[in-house]
Write a protein that binds this ligand. Structure first.
Ligand code: MN
Length: 297
């Protein structure tokens, strides 16, 4: 049983103890594959703590999540000397949850945790996935401080999972190696750069919707550094010229009814003394869950 990998939360998200709801939340407090500022291991507990002090209706005014909530199942405990073992644990837990027909929200941890989570969803659903990645970075390097790091996340996913379409939303930190790899993906990849979103938000959101319109199962991975550091300073690898919360929340509202699983990663509470980035992460969970509860799937 996948539950054996989990340690129960001392303080569940918004007080939601498990009782057979449609959405399951798990935390993965792993930041050992971070190259710059660590600290995302503290994100799951920081988000749970802040959730006690925030409203649970969507910013667009929908209160279904306040009524229905989610099951907070606690954390996957990382194995500090083996990223692969930790990722296998995440994969087993997420696979178990998805096999039961539940939706999943994973709180990182650094972006590497998404590799386990996407593999788990794919193993359970056995159908091609579409992937939408909100991130300042492409995370397409073949190696950075090793094969598994927060800069190789999407490459490892694409190597091991049948992803029929992949979108990057808000990217602005590129290397030539990554752009070459992205080009090699051809028509199944769409890059919507941060500067394009800032110049034309509506047109950019429309491009994503059109590109993903045929997707049945969608995985949404939100690296919180996709937002501008002015709004979200509490991240492990800040990059200037990012998108605004409105762009992200509108994207989430558009996509989340078709999202089978999502994650929020790279949040570093120690870089966030005022708590504004943690508050944004709480609202993201609310917005994603609201859309999932509105889904017919
Ligand atoms: Mn990332």
């Amino acid at each position: 049983m996948y539950v054996s990998w989990l340690s129960p939360p001392t303080k569940p998200f918004a007080g939601f103890e498990p009782r057979g709801r449609k959405i399951k939340l798990i935390g993965v407090p792993m930041d050992t594959t971070t190259s710059y500022k660590p600290g995302s291991r503290f994100a799951p507990q920081a988000v749970r703590m802040a959730s006690d002090y925030m409203e649970l209706c969507s910013v667009f005014g929908d209160c279904i999540f306040e009524r229905e909530g989610l099951d907070d199942l606690g954390n996957v405990v990382p194995i500090v000397d083996s990223v692969e073992t930790t990722l296998r644990a995440v994969e087993e837990v997420v696979k178990g949850i998805a096999s039961e027909g539940s939706k999943i929200i994973t709180l990182g941890g650094d972006h590497t945790v998404s590799v386990g989570a996407v593999r788990g969803v794919y193993a359970a659903l056995r159908e091609p996935l579409c992937l939408c990645v909100v991130d300042a970075h492409l995370d397409l390097r073949n190696e950075l401080c090793g094969r598994y790091s927060h800069a190789t996340t999407v490459r490892r996913i694409l190597e091991s999972v049948d992803v029929s379409r992949v979108v990057w939303f808000g990217a602005r930190a590129f290397s030539e190696e990554e752009l070459d790899y992205l080009s090699s993906l051809g028509a199944r990849a769409l890059l919507v750069k941060s500067v394009e979103i800032l110049e034309d938000p509506q047109g950019s959101l429309k491009r994503v919707e059109n590109f993903l319109s045929g997707c049945q199962a969608l995985y949404l991975s939100i690296d919180i550094d996709g937002l501008d550091p002015a709004y979200a300073p509490g991240v492990q690898t800040p990059e200037p010229l990012g998108i605004a919360p409105l762009h992200l929340f509108t994207l989430v509202r558009n996509l989340s009814p078709r999202v089978v699983a999502a994650d929020v990663v790279e949040l570093a509470p120690m870089q966030d003394p005022s708590g504004i980035t943690v508050a944004l992460a709480v609202k993201l969970v609310v917005e994603i869950a609201t859309g999932m509860l509105r889904s017919r799937r």
